[in-house]
Structures are given as structure tokens and as C-alpha cells.
Design a binder for this molecule. Structure first.
Ligand code: ZN
Ligand code: ZN
Length: 764
């Protein structure tokens, strides 16, 4: 007989790990104990060596779906004649680190019970267990225990209580445990709040089939749902929600149903079925019956699988795929309280499917896609929040990082953990700003963290910057302003445990440089505490300032004026026939005089200009629409267009190289004039930027003597799979190249980088 202590680290608390160990120990025939510890879970087991080996092995291979075993360390200890196997309390020191787990998608066992007419939870929409169910969104405080969740008002019936207290049961300490006898219930209401007769699920499903719009209270907020195969229903939803063109997400009942609408790859299927259950961008299947209004003009569709029993039941009853989009008016935060939803969504939804389990924290659906065979989170919220990013560098003092203006998330960091808050959205109205403040306050209280350093962007007009200033003053904490692209670089470094220096290709739409210019096509030599700008894009003037972002023809005009020395062949380019001549003339004059035409270095600007030229589309209904359409249009592989790299030292003496796309614009104009297919032009343009980016990296690496330096690819443009895969293809295997995975490459990941930089700068 032997003894062994196994320490397990990773995401192993609040995910049913101890009950799993308990059952496993009994199955292996060992005695001993398991407890939560500061670093994770500690198992002390006694028995025959073979049994201990089996236990150790299966701790990793059989772990619960939401657990992430990072390390597993086994040491021999003296044998003890223990009686049975027990779950012991947490060590007091453990609790500080016990984060509230993220919300977990319904597990297969619970889904099977809900579908089983003989089970006491048959058709029960709030079924859950230690492997699944709401967590973060029902937590009111720490420790994560039922009295501190929105389940506090529900008293468990004897059957549920017995499960809850039985260490051998799948529902041992499952805080939201409930059943039809004791738990939350559904209710169906009309927009005036009056109860609607009949079985809520059946009536709601019938309404959906009839083309009505349903507001559904879910896990982290309300969805607006309608039949995704009905053009009329989707068009009505768009009109009422005032969402003209942005793609809408679709929930399907199963992977089979996903395959009927799209062509998910095996990696995409894995992501669809993951415990985080994000919306996953998949290639649409032609003629699959999805209403064209769901994702107009896009070859992709965002699909997700049901992640709550309510969704499983609703999808089954409706019998059609459902648009499931955030329950809000465009640009406002997602509604999460009943009264608020009735007030704000009353003019959009025909019916409200509600329940009496309150949502404590808003948390939107996350959005992800597969790039180069690996998952990439683009919007980080439900399923990921508040799981921390474990950093290699320890934070000296607790940091609050305020994030960006658009696609905002914030970050709270302490020790070796950085916790990104849920996606808040664009901070451009009062409602969103209030949601932002509330989310920060709540997460600070969950983590019991009082910031001693506050970080924000350089941009003085971001509302997040204003917030950071006020907070820093109120806390008496130092404020660190972090350049936008430096923060992007640092976010990638933090995610991958890179100390720097790294060569960071940071490509996005825009971010303020310390010189006051709009940066965004940057190559930085980055460390945590500083950076050097090595290269950027030759700028495009934005005729009319920000207006040019919504009217990419203005960017295309500036690009071709530059490329053809002021005499571009506009009459050969169909794009300009779509622009009112007077507008075109005003823009030309502005550009010639340099009036209201700030220069922008963003890589996103080049995509906008190329999209406008190649597709003949001069207007974007939302930021980036034309660039996205260009990405979507790309077909096949094609050689790059010509481009130049202007050596910084020769050109300006500043040492900053410039990717000069003037030869590209000229070649693209020739292709447009010759009627070349847009798919081919798009493929060539993407290949050009991949080759151009790689050329900048190689030159810079030679210049700084850094052929051994790791390369990180970051910024919103890296959501573009074709661009990211192109850059990876150009740079591997000469460089170790790192792309994002669980932290968004766009502004949704910015706060993590701000936190890392602020800590390093304060320490210096
Ligand atoms: Zn379950
Ligand atoms: Zn019960």
C-alpha cells in the first residue's frame, strides 16, 4: 500500500472537480481526501500502486468538461489507513483565488434528462449540475455559494437537497440546482406585461413559426428571436431593432442542423460544441434555406448551439433555426432585467418569454472563429468571463485597465491573474457607459480588488479614458496612459507569456499615436514597459475626417490620387460613378488643399479603400462593412500585387519604414478597369498585405538584429482569417509567430495589454 499527493492547477475550482475526484477515487478503489487549495486542487490518495497510477492518469484524461488542467504534480507520501474517500473543506487561504467560474453550457447528461419523459426534470428549462449551468451571471458575491446567487430565493425540495449534499451525486454542491418542484419557472407575457395563456414554450414556439418576434430571457441577458428561414420575420426584426445590415447570429438545434445551413470544418464543429458555446463564424451552405436578410452579402454565418435547457426546448418546439440576436436596440447594452426588457424591447418583440431566476450580471454571447486551424475569440463574454488569463509576469500592484472606446472590455489584474470583464460594446451612449461602470464595480467586488494603478488609452476623448482619470483621482492611484498599439502588442505578449522584446505587427483601423496621428499599420519592437516604432503604412488622407470611414470611396479616392500623382483614371473605375459628382469634387479639393484630411496609417484603411475599388462599393452601413465584404469575396489563391517598402532613415530620417502601396493601387485599378473578377482581386490584395507585412518584419528583424525575436500578430485586422493565415504562411517557419486565441486581437483584448504595460511602467 502506498500514498500519493497530487496537486492539480488550472481551472479546477467551481467546475465540479472535487466531486469528480471523489467519484474517480471510488472507481479506482483508493481512499484519502481532496480539497481546494490556493493553487488549485490537492488530492491525497492511498492504495495499491496500480490504483494510484490509474487515478493520476484519469485526473487528466477524464476531467469534467469545464475544467482545464494546467499542471499535475504527483509526489509520494507515507501511507495512511484512511477510511473511505472524503471531500474536505477549502483551506482558508484558498478562497481569495477562487474565482467565480464562467457560465457553462448544458452538459450531455442534463440534456438527456430534459429529453427523457421518465426523468423528473423532463422538459425542465433550468436543469443543471456541477458540470453545467449558469455561474458568473447569477453570482451576487463571493464565495460562490447558493445564498450569494440569484438562486437564493428558491428553497431546494428534499430530492434536490439530497442530490446537493451527496458527494457521489452529479449535483453535489451544484449551486443553481433546481427542479420543476422547487426551481424557477417560465412565464409568457405580451409587450404590456400581461400574462399570455397556455404553455409558455409551446405558445412561444408557435408564435416563432408564425413569423413573430420573441424576446427570450436567457443566461446573460435577453435575446431577440425569430424564424431564421423567414425573410419577412428577419426583415421585420431588423427594421424594429434598427439594425440595417450587421449579420445576425443563428441558433441551431444540433451539429446536424448546423451542417444543413453551413459547412463547418471539424475545428469549427469542436468550437461550436465547446463548453463555452460561442457564436462561430462558418461558411454558409448555398441554397440552405436561411433567409438572405440574416447575413446580407456575407459568405459566412454566425451559428451557435443551444447552451441552456431553455434553448434546447425552444429549438425543438419551434422546429426551425432561430435568429438569436442581443436583446437591445442597436448600440445599446443588452437588456437583462425583466422590467427593463419590457420597457426597451416592447416596440421590437411581440411576446416575452421570461423566467423568475434573476440575471445578476449582463454577459453577451461570445463570438469566435477558426483561424489557421485554431480557435480565435473575437468577442469575449459568456463562457470565458471571468476566467482569468494567467500571466507569466506577476503584477506588482492591483491594476484596473479601462480598455478602448469601441468593443470595450476592461481588465482587473493582480498577482499572476488578469481578468477581462465581459464585452461592454461601444462606449458612445449613456446606457452603455452606465453598464460599463456597473460591470467594473461588480467585478472589483467579486475579486475583492481595489486598484492601485489605473491604465487607459492615450486618446483623451475615449470615454474609457475619462473614466480612468476620474477613478485614478478618486483612488489616489497613478494613471498610466498606454499607446493603443503598444497595448495590442502587450495583450498578445500577456496571452502567450512572452516577456519581450517581440516584433509586434499591430494592424487595425485606428489608434492614437503619441505624435497625434492616427496609427494602425504598425510594426513595433515591443517590451512590456516600452516600444520602438519600426514601420507603418504610408498614410491615406481621410477626406472629411471620420466621415471617410463610413464612406470608403473617400479613402479609395485619396489612395488613387496618391498612386497616380494627382491624375487617377477615375472614369475607368466604376466606384466613382456611384458618387455624386459634387461630393467627389469637394473631396478632391479638400485633399488637394490638405483641408480636413487627417492622415491615417491604419491597415484597416487600406482594406476599406481596396474593397471600395474592387467591389465598387462606396458606402459602409457599419464600420468595416466594405472591408469585410472584400474578405468575404476572396476566392482561391493568387499572387500578390507589387508594393514597395520605403526605408525610414532615407525617407524621413525618422527610422520608421513605410509599406508603400502605390504600386498596388495602380495594379488594382488596372484589374478593375479590365473587369477582373472581384474574388481574384481580393485574393491578390490579401496576398499583397501578407507579403508586405512579412517584408516589414524581415527588414526590421535584420535592422534590430532580431531574427530570433518572436513575432506577434495582433489588432482587429487579424480577425481576417485570410490575412492572418497569409502572414503566418509568409513568416513561418523562419520566425516563432504568435496569434491570439482566447483574447480578442481587436479592441476587446486591449485592456489586458494596458494592464501589463501599466504594471511594467510603474515598476521601472
Ligand atoms: Zn449538467
Ligand atoms: Zn427540486
Amino acid at each position: 500500500m502506498f500514498g500519493r499527493r497530487v496537486t492539480v492547477t488550472g481551472t479546477v475550482q467551481g467546475v465540479g472537480f472535487r466531486p469528480f475526484v471523489y467519484r474517480l477515487a471510488r472507481a479506482c478503489g483508493v481512499t484519502g481526501r481532496v480539497r481546494n487549495d490556493a493553487g488549485g486542487v490537492t488530492v491525497e490518495a492511498f492504495g495499491p500502486e496500480a490504483a494510484l497510477d490509474e487515478l493520476t492518469r484519469r485526473l487528466r484524461t477524464d476531467a469534467p468538461p469545464a475544467a482545464r488542467v494546467a499542471t499535475l504534480h504527483a509526489v509520494p507520501i507515507p501511507f495512511e489507513a484512511a477510511e473511505g474517500f472524503v471531500i474536505t473543506g477549502s483551506r482558508p487561504s484558498a478562497e481569495r483565488r477562487v474565482a467565480i467560474p464562467p457560465d457553462l453550457a448544458t452538459c450531455a447528461n442534463c440534456a438527456a434528462e430534459v429529453a427523457d419523459p421518465a426523468d423528473r426534470r423532463h422538459r425542465y428549462p433550468f436543469t443543471n449540475c456541477t458540470d453545467c449551468g449558469p455561474r458568473f451571471t447569477i453570482a451576487l458575491g463571493v464565495p460562490y455559494d447558493r445564498p450569494l446567487t440569484t438562486m437564493a430565493g428558491f428553497t431546494m425540495c428534499p430530492a434536490c437537497a439530497a442530490e446537493y449534499h451527496d458527494p457521489g451525486d452529479r449535483r453535489f454542491h451544484a449551486q443553481p440546482n433546481a427542479c420543476p418542484a422547487c426551481g424557477p419557472r417560465l412565464a409568457l407575457r405580451d409587450p404590456a406585461g400581461a400574462a399570455v395563456e397556455g404553455d409558455p414554450l409551446e405558445v412561444a414556439a408557435a408564435a416563432l413559426r408564425a413569423g413573430r418576434i420573441l424576446a427570450v430571457k436567457g443566461i446573460g441577458g435577453f435575446h431577440l428571436a425569430c424564424d431564421a428561414t423567414s425573410s419577412a420575420a428577419v426583415a421585420r426584426l431588423r427594421e424594429r431593432k434598427r439594425r440595417e445590415a450587421k449579420p445576425l447570429a443563428v441558433m441551431v438545434a444540433s451539429l446536424e442542423a448546423a451542417r444543413a445551413l453551413a459547412e463547418p470544418t471539424p475545428a469549427e464543429e469542436q468550437l461550436l460544441a465547446s463548453v463555452e458555446r460561442p457564436i462561430v463564424l462558418c461558411r454558409r451552405r448555398d441554397g440552405a434555406g436561411l433567409a438572405p436578410e440574416v447575413a446580407p452579402g456575407s459568405p459566412h454565418v454566425g451559428l451557435m448551439l443551444p447552451y441552456a435547457p431553455l434553448h434546447h426546448l425552444l429549438l425543438a418546439a419551434a422546429g426551425v433555426p432561430l435568429v438569436m440576436t442581443s436583446g437591445n436596440l442597436s448600440e445599446e447594452p443588452i437588456a437583462f432585467e425583466d422590467a427593463e426588457a419590457l420597457a426597451r424591447l416592447g416596440a421590437i418583440a411581440d411576446l416575452f418569454l421570461l423566467h423568475d431566476r434573476p440575471i445578476a450580471s449582463r454577459c453577451d454571447d461570445s463570438v469566435a472563429r477558426v483561424v489557421a486551424g485554431k480557435p480565435l475569440v473575437m468577442r469575449r463574454a459568456r463562457g470565458w468571463v471571468p476566467r482569468p488569463v494567467v500571466t507569466r509576469r506577476r503584477f506588482d500592484r492591483p491594476v484596473l485597465a479601462a480598455g478602448a472606446q469601441l468593443k470595450n472590455t476592461f481588465c482587473l489584474a493582480r498577482g499572476d491573474e488578469a481578468t477581462l470583464g465581459p464585452h461592454v460594446g461601444d462606449l458612445d451612449n449613456l446606457e452603455t457607459y452606465a453598464a460599463y461602470e456597473a460591470a467594473i464595480a461588480r467585478l472589483e467586488s467579486f475579486l475583492d480588488l481595489r486598484p492601485e494603478v489605473v491604465a487607459c488609452d492615450l486618446h483623451p476623448l475615449y470615454l474609457s479614458t475619462r473614466y480612468a482619470r476620474e477613478r485614478a483621482a478618486a483612488l489616489g492611484a497613478p494613471l498610466v496612459e498606454v499607446q493603443h498599439h503598444h497595448a495590442h502588442a502587450a495583450a498578445a505578449m500577456a496571452e502567450h507569456g512572452l516577456d519581450g522584446p517581440v516584433l509586434a505587427l499591430c494592424w487595425d483601423g485606428t489608434g492614437l499615436g503619441p505624435d497625434g496621428a492616427a496609427w494602425g499599420g504598425e510594426l513595433l519592437l515591443a517590451r512590456a514597459d516600452g516600444y520602438e516604432r519600426l514601420a507603418t503604412f504610408r498614410p491615406i488622407a481621410l477626406a472629411g475626417g471620420d466621415r471617410a470611414v463610413r464612406e470608403p470611396w473617400r479613402q479609395a479616392l485619396a489612395a488613387v490620387l496618391d498612386a497616380f500623382d494627382g491624375a487617377p483614371p477615375l472614369d475607368r473605375l466604376p466606384l466613382f460613378a456611384t458618387v455624386p459628382p459634387a461630393d467627389l469634387e469637394v473631396a478632391r479639393r479638400m485633399l488637394a488643399a490638405g483641408l480636413n484630411s487627417p492622415k491615417a496609417h491604419g491597415a484597416g484603411r487600406a482594406f476599406d479603400a481596396a474593397g471600395a475599388l474592387a467591389l465598387g462599393r462606396g458606402r459602409a452601413r457599419y464600420e468595416g462593412e466594405v472591408a469585410l465584404a472584400l474578405d468575404g469575396a476572396a476566392a482561391g489563391q493568387a499572387p500578390a500585387y507589387a508594393f514597395d517598402v520605403a526605408e525610414g532613415a532615407l525617407r524621413t530620417g525618422s527610422g520608421v519604414d513605410e509599406l508603400d502601396l502605390r504600386p498596388t493601387w495602380r495594379a488594382l485599378c488596372d484589374d478593375v478597369a479590365a473587369g477582373v473578377a472581384p474574388g481574384l482581386m481580393s485574393a491578390r490584395f490579401h496576398a499583397t498585405l501578407a507579403a508586405g507585412g512579412a517584408a516589414l518584419v524581415r527588414r526590421a528583424a535584420a535592422r534590430v538584429g532580431g531574427d530570433r525575436l518572436p513575432v506577434v500578430l495582433t489588432g482587429g485586422c487579424l480577425q481576417n482569417a485570410r490575412l492572418a493565415e497569409g502572414l503566418l504562411g509568409e513568416l513561418s517557419p523562419d520566425f516563432a509567430v504568435y496569434t491570439h486565441a482566447h483574447v480578442p486581437p481587436g479592441d476587446g483584448g486591449l485592456a489586458l495589454g494596458q494592464a501589463l504595460v501599466a504594471d511594467a511602467v510603474r515598476r521601472r
